[in-house]
Design a protein around this ligand. Sequence first.
Ligand SMILES: [Fe+2]
Ligand SMILES: [Fe+2]
Length: 174
Amino acid sequence: MKRAASSIAEKMIKVDHAGENGAVNIYRAQHLASTLRAPRLKPQLKHFQQHEEEHREIFKTYLDSVGVRRCVSYHLNGLGGFALGLVTGLIGPSAVAATTYAVENVVLEHLEHQLEYLKDAEPEAFAAVSAIYEDEKAHHDQAKAQMQADKLLSKILVRIVRTCTEAVIWFGMR
Ligand SMILES: [Fe+2]
Ligand SMILES: [Fe+2]
């Protein structure tokens, strides 16, 4: 019988795990939509999706090891991520890049804050978060280079996606 996350470290990893499920599904849906809109993006999206699957597995392994159950938002994140990925994937490459940039921008800030806390509090959780940081940074930097930041649509998307990502984190940590 698994228990709910109780320590701050456990809540952090629980949120990260649920967030990765959202990320997996964003890229999965964008990959699908890109078949129509931007086939040249498909290898990159597949590659990002594989990273997110590995990240989700790293956090799942941690949660299993401490006997903590996943976040109640896990499946909702998957569904929300898929819907977001489908819509942005159908809009096209600049919407895809703006979405990745916005998600990863919030994620990086969040991971840096977690690493700062976990380095003294919980070495195992620190190791799990450290393991994914470079991948997220690479996603962020690549998307930043690809997005058309001065387009109105990009600005609107970044605002919406940032707010949604922050809401997922807030909900999971409360
Ligand atoms: Fe990730
Ligand atoms: Fe990522």
